[in-house]
Write a protein that binds this ligand. Sequence first.
Ligand code: BG6
Length: 508
Amino acid sequence: MQKSEPHILCIFGASGDLTRRKLIPALYDLYLQNLLPEEFAVLGAGRKPYTDEIFREQMTAALKSHSATPPGDSPEKAVLFVQKLFYTSLDTSDPDSYSLVKQKLEKLDMALGTGRNMIFYLATPPSLYTPIANSLAKQELTTEDDGWKRIVVEKPFGYDLESSKELNIQLRKVFKEDQIYRIDHYLGKETVQNIMVTRFSNGIFEPIWNRNFVSHVEITASEAIGVGDRGGYYEGSGALRDMLQNHILQLVALVAMEPPVWANSVSIRNEMVKVLDSIRPMSTEAIEKDVVRGQYTSSVVRGESMTGYREETGVDPNSRTETYTGLKFYIDNWRWKDVPFFARTGKRLPIRVTEIIVHFQGSPHHIFSHGDHSSENNQLIIRIQPDEGLLMKFGMKVPGAGYDVQNVNMDFHYSSLSEVYLPAAYERLLLDCMLGDSTLYARGDAVESAWRFVDPILQYWKKNPDKELYGYPAGTWGPKEADELFSEGLTWRYPSKNLADDGKYCEL
Ligand code: BG6
């Protein structure tokens, strides 16, 4: 794999959770694979008054708990890696404080010869994106006359369509679009990238990947965890903003897109945005009929008491924030016209699973008896996590007399490739940014398109706060009303941790 050019990675929000849990461990894993350049440093900037030494100690502890390879496995390398970390404390609201960041960057650049190439990673609350970008510009740290400059922003990119447009306008005042990297960590998942490879490197799927052969498409992104200590953030977000607007719609784009001309950022992202632009806007009637929201209530799961959402820290006891959303929508283009897409996401569901199920139409003429009608359709299940892999379901003859048909599985599990290392999403995305490859980052227009679809639903809920918000006991598959999105005889696939097992509504 290619190594990036020398550079400094400057992380704003370096004393925060994301840096500790994801960024530094991902950098360490890249370092162990020899994918970081020799001339490289991380400059952490944060509110806490750390010294370089304290920051290094903190990050060594972070590696112990969060790195794929514990630092104890190669202690010498861990020490060398940590020496590449530096820190400067910063008051983000004080413009002068940025001149200290600049001085430290210049000093590091001189000492290490990083060619004035810099990545600014904003692991901060979104309210700071514009002020930080503007302050960097004032310090002349955004121009590329001497070395490249890139900025990485975490989701959420705005709070609705208007604010996302505004954020794009503000960022583009000081950075060019190709300098802006908007992270959606789902795109960094190996199995998400494999959606494109499965579709476009095989001749057998594309001819039937359309309205003539597909009956419907289902996407599930369920989580077993609740909101934990993120109640404050989640109250202003909810499942629609937190998961559907970004991660799920990116999955939709990949599963529904046309074949790109080239495997590069422009071609791929052009096709993705076309899908998002083609999603049928939801009318009020469609929202009332085809969108279901829910909120988890307390329950006992496997003997453990689970707190209801309204009792979580930082949550309003009368909150109407949805922790579950399930919906049906359509993509109005030649390939998908009138094929229903079903998507659901929620917290405190029975297990953590993300998967896409492409349901193919049944055979047109039934000459064999099929014991179980619901399983007549062929399905391709793309499992994003866990037990990553692919599962194809199809009918086979039951051995013995007659021609009875039974549905069977043909499955591939990534775990069977025991020699293959699956990089963590942040590892892949950080490396791509270092290499200047934005394919797996969300483009500004795609983010706005996704908001354009979600906005009417948010507006409707705002105007109609009394619209049903169904309670569902923690540890169950959400409100039963979400099952009614399907036409009779159909429902969601109820997945299990193991890709090949399904149909168990509640796995204990
Ligand atoms: C984040 C959301 O973007 O994705 C979280 O803010 C959610 O609420 C997380 O838990 C899920 O990511 P993953 O990789 O665990 O599926």
